[in-house]
Design a protein around this ligand. Structure first.
Ligand SMILES: *Cc1c(COP(=O)(O)O)cnc(C)c1O
Length: 204
């Protein structure tokens, strides 16, 4: 099942980020042996532990969770490959102040418009993106990330809006449109995603 998923994404040139938050280092190694290079975690502490346990493995670590200000230094020490969950210009400034290397970053936008989800408000997302780009010298914005709406009838619209934002930011250097999780990644790809974040479907 999962070998099939990996192969089918590869054939379509869709980047796969395996979300390893539910599993331990041994399961990560197992998946890595199938050729997966990108892994994502949503807690800084868990990321730190796994980075250390797997330091000999060539893994690109993605941070995809809520970043509390008291965890910024801990995250930066790990030198993540991609910070997918920057939610605002204000937060980008706080991180930028502490950066002594360039950090590839995505702006997370809450197209689901659900209070329970984090992310920048869609209305101001473009403006925030451009401000970060102009003012944060060590944050290298490379695209956008979004979590699809939970409501079936809103899901497609949320992915389409995210793709439209991504398109509009291509002239500003956006290359990554990260959307789609286990339950909705095929729809996300149909709407233009080029990076999916899959957890349960790979590890169950
Ligand atoms: C957990 C998580 C995922 C993966 O979720 P699944 O439904 O298990 O595929 C993707 N993105 C984010 C931001 C997550 O927190």
């Amino acid at each position: 099942m999962r070998a099939k998923i990996i192969e089918s994404l590869r054939a379509r040139n869709i980047e796969l980020v395996a979300v390893s938050k539910y599993v331990d280092a041994s399961k990560i190694k197992e998946l890595k042996s199938l050729g997966v290079r990108n892994f994502g975690e949503n807690k800084v502490q868990a990321l730190a532990t796994k980075c250390q346990e797997l330091e000999k493995e060539a893994i690109n670590w993605h941070f995809i969770g809520n970043l509390q200000s008291n965890k910024i230094n801990a995250l930066l020490r790990l030198r993540p490959y991609l910070w997918q969950s920057c939610v605002s210009f204000e937060q980008a400034m706080m991180v930028d102040k502490r950066l002594d290397f360039e950090l590839d970053t995505l702006l997370e936008v809450n197209f689901a418009k659900e209070a329970s989800k984090q992310g920048c408000e869609p209305k101001i997302a473009r403006e925030e993106y451009l401000k970060i780009k102009a003012k944060c010298k060590n944050i290298r914005l490379v695209g956008v990330m979004s979590i699809g709406a939970r409501q079936e009838n809103e899901l497609k619209a949320s992915f389409k809006s995210c793709y439209d934002l991504y398109e509009s930011l291509k002239p500003e250097g956006a290359k990554i449109c990260s959307m789609g999780m286990s339950s909705d990644y095929e729809l996300a790809i149909a709407c233009g995603s080029n990076m999916v974040r899959l957890g349960s479907v790979l590890f169950e």
